[in-house]
Design a protein around this ligand. Structure first.
Ligand code: CP3
Length: 350
């Protein structure tokens, strides 16, 4: 029987096989840097309305694929849809980012409504289904969620915060309500990822955007362990599920994260050195990233230098090309084109 993944470069790499070419995708590949995204976003009304409108969310997922020679589509949604589906009030305000009704006590954690959560997320699963049906066969469809610590930090702070001090303090004190919140998020996130995989996503990524907040003890307890538990719960349902973990700015903590969570691949932010990247690869891990999004926005020679250095250091069968974090909204789409062209050029000359 023909291997359905044979023509999918990203799946080949995650299955430890040689891909037909180096897979490329970008975090925030759909978004404000694209004029056609801004049009659909205006048509949808709010950002949340867009996330819950499957036809429009699928449309913005497709937009970067029409412009660029990418190898994956990431579901258009947000990590904060999980708390929203658990009953937390959420709004995205222009220029301020997300605003949530804060959760900071046992009573507030108990009020989270696990029952009915999947029903509230049904439109997102419909988006997955539409995306899977609409992409070319070499494209891998990626679903995602936020890691419990990162999502909890937004819930506790009530939105974006400069130092997440309140959440970090609750974590370090092991406040019982905090432990309970993490447990709720572990279970909800695992169920949500399983649902995305059943709807046709082939890979899921767990975004731990605020990994860098946690001291060593708390990083193990509140990032590595909850993510390991999600991986275990998802694989309990779907044994060979492909899961990428992205512990952003975890420093050398990424080494323990890699060996202890059981993820299939590791997203690397732009601060991870090529030396660390190579040692993760020699330990048997698949790595993803880590072009500096600042260099993508700046373009030209500094972008090419970053790409050259990565391509020369990490072989095509161990690496998924991506950024160290999302595309900045002021990035020119021409730079994205140049990024992809240059990766293709370098690969064909290796
Ligand atoms: O293309 C993709 O990457 C898929 C869609 C996606 C979005 N958010 C869309 C989005 C994904 C994977 C995310 C993940 C996400 N959301 C993270 C983890 C990754 C990271 O950036 O660290 C986090 C922390 C969030 C929470 C969030 N969503 C914030 C803090 C903000 C406001 C800041 C901002 O960039 O506006 C958002 C809004 C958001 N999520 C936008 C998009 C395209 C911009 C909304 C708009 O159109 O106005």
């Amino acid at each position: 029987m023909a291997d359905a993944n044979a023509d999918k470069p990203m799946m080949a790499v995650l299955n430890h096989k040689r891909p037909s070419r180096r897979p490329i995708w970008m975090m925030r590949q759909a978004g404000r840097y694209l004029p056609e995204y801004r049009d659909v976003r205006a048509q949808a009304g709010s950002f949340l309305d867009l996330c819950y409108a499957p036809e429009l969310a699928a449309e913005v997922t497709f937009q970067p694929l029409r412009r660029f020679d990418l190898d994956a589509a990431i579901l258009f949604a947000d990590i904060l849809l999980v708390p929203h589906a658990l009953g937390v009030e959420l709004a995205f305000e222009e220029g301020r980012g997300p605003i949530l009704k804060s959760v900071r006590s046992s009573e507030e954690v108990k009020q989270l409504q696990r029952r009915g959560m999947m029903k509230r997320l049904a439109p997102v699963l419909e988006t997955v289904d539409r995306v899977v049906s609409g992409v070319d066969k070499h494209i891998t469809v990626i679903g995602f969620c936020g890691a419990p610590w990162t999502v909890a930090s937004y819930m506790i702070e009530g939105g974006t915060s400069s130092d997440r001090r309140r959440a970090r303090t609750a974590a370090s004190l092991c406040e019982p309500w905090f432990c309970h919140l993490i447990e709720v998020l572990v279970e909800a996130s695992a169920a949500y990822l399983v649902a995305q995989l059943r709807a046709g996503a082939e890979v899921v990524q767990i975004f731990e955007s605020w990994a860098g907040d946690l001291g060593a003890i708390d990083f193990r307890k509140w990032s590595i362990q909850p993510v390991a538990r999600i991986v275990e719960l998802v694989r309990g349902e779907i044994p060979d599920a492909k899961i990428i973990g992205f512990p952003r700015k975890a420093g050398l903590g990424i080494v323990d994260f890699a060996s202890e969570t059981g993820v299939s691949g590791l997203g690397l932010d732009e601060t991870v050195s090529r030396q660390t990247m190579k040692s993760l690869v020699s330990d048997g891990h698949i790595v993803q990233g880590n072009v500096d999004p600042v260099r993508l926005a700046a373009g030209g020679r500094c972008l090419m230098d970053d790409i050259n250095d990565i391509v020369k250091n990490v072989s095509v069968d161990k690496h998924i090309m991506n950024l160290g974090h999302g595309v900045f909204p002021d990035t020119s789409p021409d730079n994205v084109e140049m990024f992809i062209d240059h990766v293709r050029y370098m690969d064909s000359n290796m």
